[in-house]
Design a protein around this ligand. Structure first.
Ligand code: MN
Length: 135
């Protein structure tokens, strides 16, 4: 398997959200890298092969839906699970995220008690998919 199993890529343009998510993930033992635009995130994903991508949907320029479509249409990044991070108020975004190829979503504001558990569940599902165990 390519990439480190504990490396997470955060694509998030809001510095406070980015800091909170980074702190939570690092405290849980993950290695975190981040990008503040979809374009930069796609480049990092290709180079670093993270185990999971957390994708803010509302980004300047290319939004999270477009960035997910680009990741899923590229053989180098297609197998990396993408979890959308959606603002609670934006109903309908979840369906758009799943249609674009996201494996799931978490809503903002981030629930600090469950965030890392959700990330771990998606990581485990992602690795069993790659090993051909089904969903
Ligand atoms: Mn945003």
């Amino acid at each position: 398997m390519k990439g480190a199993p504990d490396r997470i890529l955060l694509i998030e343009d809001n510095p406070m959200n980015l800091e909170l998510a980074t702190d939570l993930l690092e405290a849980a033992g993950f290695k975190v890298m981040s990008a503040q635009t979809g374009e930069a995130g796609i480049k990092l994903a290709r180079e670093m092969q993270p185990a999971l991508i957390l994708m803010d949907l509302s980004l300047p320029g290319m939004d999270g839906i477009e960035a997910t479509r680009a990741l899923k249409s590229d053989a180098r990044t297609r197998s990396i699970p993408v979890v959308a991070v959606t603002a609670h108020a934006m109903k309908g975004d979840e369906q758009k995220a799943l249609a674009a190829g996201c494996e799931g979503y978490v809503t903002k504001p981030i629930d600090t008690r469950t965030f890392c558990t959700v990330v771990r569940e998606h990581l485990e599902r992602g690795s069993s998919r790659k090993e051909g165990k089904g969903i």
